[in-house]
Design a protein around this ligand. Structure first.
Ligand SMILES: *[C@@H]1O[C@H](CO)[C@@H](O)[C@H](O)[C@H]1NC(C)=O
Ligand SMILES: *[C@@H]1O[C@H](CO)[C@@H](O)[C@H](O)[C@H]1NC(C)=O
Length: 954
């Protein structure tokens, strides 16, 4: 939720309305957020880049030759920055080569590192450049490649180092001026400081110039106006450390497309931000986690979360970088004609503070990048099964009676759902961990009804804690001194939903430990073990703060300035909640579910995110797809947008189309603003309700597909939704497509309708493989665009030949009730007559899968022998056998073969076997008709999913 209309304001203190200068139009308040020009360090670095580009001066950075060493997979040296008067600044450089084939470059500043500086205003802040981002964002992948070795280079000014798989990668470190070129297979893929934009703003004392009457200020070469203090929107940043930005140009020669750096609303293939083509932006892409009210489409403006990972792609190669910095960051992108009529993409990364810390990925396949990023920042949490079902949310269900009523209506209309949500208003006066007992008279009865139907409750808990009397949570927070502090080291006070508030500082281990105590059911009395948590407003949103967030000179645990940790802050809060849920129940731990709005690289380990406060407009439905795809390829696959749009009231058509699209979001939740008309899927009536119900049922039918895709993401962080370029990395025509996508590795291709009144969509098929309409088996077998019918009741969904997908076809009220349901396998035969697929199953709740309590099967249909086999590919553990026993009754009840060979028409029975059991199930053949494929059904082959089996069609 964000700050919004008059209605909600009336309920806040009157002076607060005044302070916010609220707008009533539905448009983002540009004046509330900085442009590059208004952000001192961004402006300075753009100006620096322009000066370098327009002059013949070379970069003032060089490696001091005597300092350079290479040993044990690491190149170390001191980079000297020449400043005025022949003085130099010392910048320790590490270039570390990792076993994963990645290279890591860090550049620090000697004087700040050793604390040999003075802060202004008597600040208590740490003097070093912030270097703890890795501690929060990274979990591994840092093993050093000790076999990296010096290579040959004719120029003694260049150190060459070969590394990675078969030493196919090579880094060329030029000493003067300092730059690095990264090659793979002898070809340059990524360059650092090729354009000379490297800029480490070194520490310097402020020279106070006394302004005398009639005497002119001394003229300095640099514009100092934003070095020492900056004001924006009535807030002043005291900047006790002075200017300290880090910036670097990174080029991708021969790469026309770059993707990533979520969260933004523009296209998946990132646009130019300076000069360039007509649709170029004028500002760089910005990453500064913010509560952006009524955000606009097609914009490089910052949003709620950031992942500073960028991938560059061309035919045959994907490479990328992770810019590990948690401060406000801007990225300029320009493209130019390179050699051999190829396009080069040049980028310019600018962060306000911290050390320079960059990982270089040389691919070459898109999945090599996602895997390496997962090894560094962690894998996607394997969620509980319920959380991949459908979620019903609204600001707000106002009472326990209302929750029960909504719950009952879903059942009355035969619409499955798993989770109902309570936004802010369930609390007593916006005090988290309390409940408004005037509205919730009998929570126990409400919980009992939900439990009975195996549904869950999610409630909102935010990081701002109401500053009020008689509220034990705020008393403890202050007593234990666990708050974020202002620049003077005193508990920071600002405004958010509850009015005056304080913020918990989850960088502090003591704060995380205390946070756990609040979730125990004897403290959070409204909750049960079936209550899960939504962390909103964790950028953090501060209504009266600069750019609706915290002052940058606020202080965190360890005396780090908020400026240094801003983009990571929201993740540490979610992490505290995750661990609180993990520990709340005695006995066997249950997987937590936490939804967050703010995120950073690493947040995928902790739960799901959603794209914040969107609008009930067709453009927002359309924009949700590239946004979610961008998150998926940047390591945060568990994502979704508010179905229906948060602000405003969608038409029934828009809502219906949104449910059809939302059924393909990894995280599938409808939500609505408090001022909007009710819009649960049963409200619209015929034909809409029926169509929305069908979309939700399709989601439930495909839960085995979604859970298997989540499993893959939990192993190597692979995207759950995959853009065209990711699945077809050689097909240039698809590189910029972001309105259709594949689900995991299943070959299911979805193209949601996002245009009002559309009755058709143009689907792109990237190759000559057979694609089948998922519902009626119409065949599409030619590469290129095809216009397909998409009336309101039709979801354009296709299956690429060569895949086998698992389904559960019995309609149920919730996912829990499907747990023992039999599986239907659908085989979409490819041109070769073969097909493959996987199914992952576990208890969907505990961590037993880590001890082998899982089923992971690979299905292979071999066209030559006409045999379908189920192979056990699960890792085994102590719980494997007992788990398999409990799962023995779960069987395959049906096998559907699409594209079945015509000669099967004569078959009535086929043979199946599992262990010693031999069966002769019936085969029913349906001949091809028109352009619809032939298909065959095997009914009840009597094979359990718990063990390997075989079905012979020959
Ligand atoms: C550079 O490497 C050295 C030795 O491995 C290490 O002590 C130092 O912390 C590294 N610097 C940075 C900024 O990571
Ligand atoms: C999460 O919390 C755990 C336990 O307190 C801690 O070890 C870890 O560093 C935290 N990670 C993040 C990202 O906050």
């Amino acid at each position: 939720m964000a700050v919004t209309t008059v209605y909600s304001f009336l309920r806040l203190a009157a002076f607060f309305v005044f302070a916010l200068n609220v707008s009533f139009s539905t448009a983002v308040k540009h004046e509330g957020f900085k442009t590059c020009d208004q952000s001192g360090f961004c402006k300075r670095n753009r100006a620096f880049a322009d000066a370098v580009a327009s002059s013949s001066t070379t970069s003032p950075y060089r490696i001091s030759p005597e300092s350079a060493t290479f040993a044990n997979g690491q190149f170390r040296a001191t980079v000297l920055k020449t400043i005025a008067d022949g003085l130099t600044v010392h910048l320790p450089l590490n270039v570390t080569f990792l076993k994963s084939g990645l290279a890591r470059v860090t550049l620090d500043e000697e004087r700040r590192r050793t604390g040999d500086i003075e802060l202004r205003h008597g600040s208590k802040a740490r003097k070093e450049r912030y270097n703890e981002s890795p501690a929060w964002a990274l979990v591994g992948g840092l093993d050093i490649d000790f076999s990296a070795q010096l290579g040959e280079h004719g120029n003694s000014d260049v150190t060459a180092i070969r590394y990675g798989d078969n030493q196919r990668n090579e880094a060329f470190i030029r000493h003067d001026p300092f730059s690095i070129y990264f090659q793979r297979d002898g070809e340059t893929q990524v360059t650092f400081n090729q354009r000379g934009f490297l800029n480490i703003e070194h520490w310097r004392p402020k020279v106070e110039v006394e302004v005398e009457e009639g005497v002119e200020k001394p003229v300095t070469a640099e514009d100092e106006s934003t070095w020492w203090e900056e004001s924006f929107g009535g807030n002043t940043d005291t900047k006790p450390k002075g200017p300290e930005s880090v910036a670097l140009d990174v080029s991708f020669p021969g790469y026309e497309h770059v993707f990533g750096i979520p969260e933004h609303t523009g296209p998946l293939s990132l646009r130019e931000t300076r000069g360039g083509s007509q649709d170029a932006f004028t500002d760089p892409y910005r990453m500064y986690n913010s509560d952006v009210f009524e955000y606009e489409l097609n914009s490089p403006m910052t949003l709620y979360g950031s992942i500073p990972f960028m991938q560059a792609h061309r035919k045959g190669s994907s490479v990328g970088i992770l810019w590990l910095n948690a401060a406000e960051t801007w990225v300029d992108i320009t493209k130019k004609k390179g050699t051999k009529s190829k396009v080069d993409t040049d980028t310019h990364w600018i962060s306000e503070s911290g050390i320079l810390d960059v990982f270089v990925f040389l691919g070459p396949r898109p999945e090599d990048l996602t895997k390496a990023l997962g090894d560094l920042t962690g894998q996607t949490q394997l969620p509980q099964t319920f959380s991949i079902g459908y979620h019903q949310c609204r600001w707000n269900y106002m009472s326990d009676e209302e929750v029960k009523e909504v719950d009952a209506k879903f059942d009355r209309h035969g619409i499955p759902y798993d989770v109902i949500w309570l936004d802010l208003e369930y609390t007593d006066d916006r005090k988290y961990f309390t409940v408004d007992s005037d509205k919730f008279h009998n929570p126990a009865a409400m919980h009992a009804q939900l439990d009975e139907r195996h549904r869950k409750l999610v409630t909102l808990i935010d990081p701002h804690i109401k500053n009020t009397a008689n509220y034990p949570v705020v008393d403890q927070l202050k007593e234990k001194d666990l708050t974020i502090k202002n620049k003077d080291g005193v508990t920071y006070e600002g405004w958010c939903w509850p009015g005056s508030s304080h913020w918990i500082d989850c960088f502090d281990p003591k704060a995380r430990a205390w946070w756990k105590t609040l979730f125990k059911p004897d403290f959070f009395k409204f909750s049960t073990y079936n209550t899960y948590i939504w962390n909103d407003m964790n950028e953090p949103s501060v209504f009266n703060g600069p750019e609706t967030t915290m002052p940058k000179d606020n202080l965190h645990h360890g005396d780090w300035e908020h400026r240094d940790v801003h983009n990571i802050n929201g993740m540490t809060f979610v992490n505290a909640t995750y661990h609180a849920l993990l520990d709340r129940k005695p006995g066997k731990p249950i997987r937590p579910f936490v939804l967050t709005r703010s995120f950073y690289a690493g947040s995928q380990r902790l739960g799901a995110m959603w794209t914040g406060d969107n609008l009930a407009e067709w453009g927002h439905l359309e924009a949700s797809l590239p946004m979610i795809l961008s998150l998926n390829i940047a390591g945060m696959p568990s994502s979704g947008a508010d179905v229906g749009g948060f602000f405003g009231t969608p038409s029934s058509e828009l809502l219906t189309r949104w449910f059809q699209a939302g059924a393909f979001y990894p995280f599938f939740r409808a939500h609505a603003h408090i001022d909007t008309r009710r819009r649960e899927p049963y409200v619209a009536g015929p034909p809409y309700t029926g169509i929305m119900a069908q979309a939700i049922r399709l989601r439930y039918q495909l839960l085995p597909v979604w859970y298997t895709a989540y499993h893959e993401a939990s192993v190597d962080n692979s995207p759950i939704l995959r853009p065209q370029y990711y699945v077809h990395p050689e097909d240039e025509a698809g590189f910029s497509m972001d309105d259709q996508f594949y689900v995991g590795s299943t070959g299911l291709l979805s193209k949601p309708v996002t245009k009002e009144g559309a009755a058709t969509v143009d689907v792109y098929f990237a190759d000559d493989e057979i694609y089948y309409d998922y519902f009626d088996y119409t065949i599409y077998s030619k590469k290129g665009f095809r216009t397909v019918d998409a009336p309101l009741d039709k979801i354009p969904l296709f299956a690429r030949g060569g895949h086998i997908i698992p389904r559960k076809d019995r309609p149920r009220r919730s996912s829990h009730l499907m747990q023992w349901d039999p599986i239907t396998l659908v085989i979409f035969l490819g041109k070769s007559g073969d097909a493959e697929g996987t199914l992952y199953v576990d208890d969907g709740e505990t961590f037993d899968y880590q001890s082998g309590a899982q089923i992971f099967s690979k299905f292979v249909f071999d066209g030559v022998s006409s045999t379908l086999t189920s192979q056990d590919i699960a890792p085994k553990g102590s719980l494997t056998d007992s788990y398999r026993k409990t799962m023995a009754p779960v069987r395959v009840e049906k096998v559907i073969i699409i594209g079945a060979p015509a000669h099967w028409a004569d078959k009535k029975h086929i043979s199946a076997e599992q262990g010693k059991e031999k069966m002769q199930p019936k085969l029913q053949f349906h001949p091809a008709s028109g352009n619809k494929a032939a298909w065959a059904v095997v009914r009840d082959p009597k094979v359990s999913i718990a063990k390997e089996w075989k079905i012979r069609f020959a």
